[in-house]
Design a protein. Structure first.
Length: 140
């Protein structure tokens, strides 16, 4: 038996401070987060939906409006039954939006049921493609 002080410490205490940091947190880039002020409020939702321009892609439906300000991702139970999957889709879409340089003033994204099987890179490219078309043709 080893009776040294290091052997009596619990396994977590024996780890060095560098090794104790989870790899996901250490390599995560510092991306801007959409604050509560940047979210589309519930009161602005009807105005954005009624006055907004609708565009569709294979995995998403976009509503872009000049009437409101803010961003929203809406994943209904009809699209994806499990809440875990709905939240994963929402997080992935918001992460893709954070990486894009310019966004319209108000944007609502409705993922379709096929969005759960799309890779993050394909999702990001599809969102970027639609938003670039919106910026070019509609000057929002």
């Amino acid at each position: 038996m080893d009776f040294s002080p290091a052997a009596r410490q619990p396994p977590a205490a024996r780890l060095s401070k560098v090794a104790a940091v989870p790899a996901a947190k250490a390599s995560r880039p510092n991306l801007p987060v959409f604050s509560r002020r940047e979210r589309l409020s519930r009161a602005m939702f009807p105005a954005a939906l009624s006055a907004g321009l609708r565009l569709s892609s294979p995995h998403f439906t976009f509503v872009v409006s000049k009437e409101a300000k803010g961003y929203a991702v809406v994943v209904s139970k009809k699209v994806v039954r499990l809440s875990v999957t709905r939240h994963r889709i929402k997080r992935r879409v918001l992460a893709a939006l954070r990486t894009l340089p310019s966004l319209p003033p108000a944007l609502i994204i409705f993922p379709k049921s096929s969005a759960s099987s799309v890779s993050y890179q394909d999702m990001r490219m599809e969102i970027a493609d639609i938003l670039s078309k919106i910026n070019q043709h509609h000057n929002l």
